[in-house]
Design a protein around this ligand. Sequence first.
Ligand code: NOJ
Length: 736
Amino acid sequence: MRIKTFALTLMALAIGSVAMAQGDIDQRVEELLQKMTLEEKIGQMNQLSGGYQFTEMIREGNVGSILNIVDPVEINAVQRAAVENSRLGIPLLVSRDVIHGFRTIFPIPLGMAATFDPDIVEQGARIAAIEATASGVRWTFSPMLDIARDPRWGRVAEGSGEDTYLDVQMGVAMVKGYQGEDFSDPTSMAACIKHFVGYGAAEGGRDYNTTMISERALRNVYFPAFKACVDAGALTLMTSFNDVDGLPSTGNDWLLRDILREEWGFDGMVVTDWNSSGEMIAHGFAEDLKHATELSINAGVDMDMMSWGFIQHTKSLIEEGKLSMETIDNAVRNILKLKFRLGLFENPYVDVTLARKVAYAPEHLAAAKQCAIESAVLIQNNNNVLPLAKGSTVLVTGPMADAPYDQLGTWAFDGEEQYTVTPLKALAAHFNVINAPTLSYSRDTDTSSFKAAQKAAKKADAIVVCVGEEAILSGEAHSLSNLNLQGAQSQLIAAMRATGKPVVVVVIAGRPLTIERDLAKCDAMLYSFHPGTMGGEALADLIAGEAVPSGKLPMTFLRDAGQAPFYYNHPMTGRPNNGTETLLHDIPLKAGQTSLGCTSYYLDTGYGPLFPFGYGLSYTTFEYANVNLDKYEHNKSDYIHIDFDLTNTGDREATEVVQIYVRDLVGSVVRPVKELKGFMRVTLKPGETKHLMYDLPVSDLAFWNRDMEYVVESGEFQLWVAGDSASGEPINFKVL
Ligand code: NOJ
């Protein structure tokens, strides 16, 4: 871990950690279990949300966990009810959606993924844990590992995008950051990997919608990040709302028992999503709440979030023989084990003065700024209009220029907008800023202020237009079918273009929007996924050239929403792109019906996306040369030694995200056209060349094949070393 914070030191001094061996924990769990009544066991399986009157229930031992309270005084009060007033004094697990920061808000997870920097992501999660645990929150519902290939789905904001390898790296970094090195350290916050599984594949990008994912696709695409996080020690897992092939996850024993427990050896705790047990009634999978409870617990769920079914029906289900005592005991074991692991029995309370002391610590803000810098993607920079000359006069306008709440993004419950630095505020440190307020929010259609802004622009050397999405337009339940800029934002860009001044567009949004028409109306575009508390300073540094963009797209950018889902690593088709596209207007009138020669593309938008996965420009240029593999033929136990030269051919120090892609040319099942297998961030001085090396284990080429075995299949492969998923020349190699 790169940072050792003030907060960490304070906490360690204040309380001290109480690491306990697993054997001791198991013994204490068994001793406690012996003393518990059935009602107390069922109570541990019940999680309630703040806002309900639950103190009496806590005293009676009917609550195991609380979500959504964050005031340390209130948290200590409910803990006191559990520890001092319930019969067995079992502490509560206090939980919260701490998704991209607690007080200091980092970029949304999709933005964090754009950094391709697991270190900064781990650091962000550590900081979130330090700030949240100081309030008494010891369990977060993060990371979200759902692969998302359809930007219409609002929750793309919460994950790492479309690629499995990137998802693994980011997920593991977050788990490590939240949990730290010692679970019982008071700053350790249990991670919850979610949503198991396939939630991001919602048909049509419509939230909560059904999914149809084959077992092979689950294993090759959707499971790996969950498995990697289980291996990294993730303490909890959340089921998902959706069904996969007709089975809602919360009632799917194949997922929760056969895969998670038996195959992967998960020894943590499983919680439902909010009422996802009860929602199996609406799915038409359970008759009523009692039946839903039976299905969930038998499937392998340990704790119920807010369906109230477990607390109401478990006892009678046992009496009727539909649930066994052994199943209940195992669920309660998982819950108690977690509480012992976190040291809650020893340290149930927080020092109520700590939370405010650690929130927004200078080093937290510095890390959030660095993450926001690394997450911004330079999409276009015609004639090197960026960076703008420092000290020049810049007109700043647009609905996201001074939107402190909205730039925090979705699931930023505890970030306080008064601490947010907006672009408008931060640009003033570098430029002579003319503030020209236009649209007051992203959906605003009132263009009456455009004329005044155009007039004011006469005095400016350049214009910065900040557009995008309000925080509420992405995230849960915020799917869209049209991904163009909302309201009159495109008209605003066009109006600024009409002034003849250089136009820099900054997009601050929760998802990849379809920005092709806007690109034609501006000189430069910086794309910043809701960048959090320090987003303004980060963007201002980038615009002024104090920092150089290095972010890369974690999702394919579409020309039109009708192309969704579109992802770079799709399976090879029988009619791949052959470089010829007959577009809509090239088709002669009364053309005869033919399909010969046709390939997989759209008549209107053509074959390609707007920008490929991994794309992102810099203020400099990079040249890849002399890419070599140590040999052509490799054994399955080998490492492929890749070496290459990377040169910074421009005049600024900058960082490049080097990406390594592989294609398995022939498989026992159809394989992806390309797959990311590695990446590295490399910083080079102007003119500098570095000779770089990367060792790729051949075992990383394994996949679930036709016989549903995880193997590397012998044969020919191709490998690319490049700055995005569509560049570079392939090198062939063979696996024996
Ligand atoms: C529902 C969301 O799907 C889940 O991600 C979240 O953690 C829970 N609500 C708790 O707020």
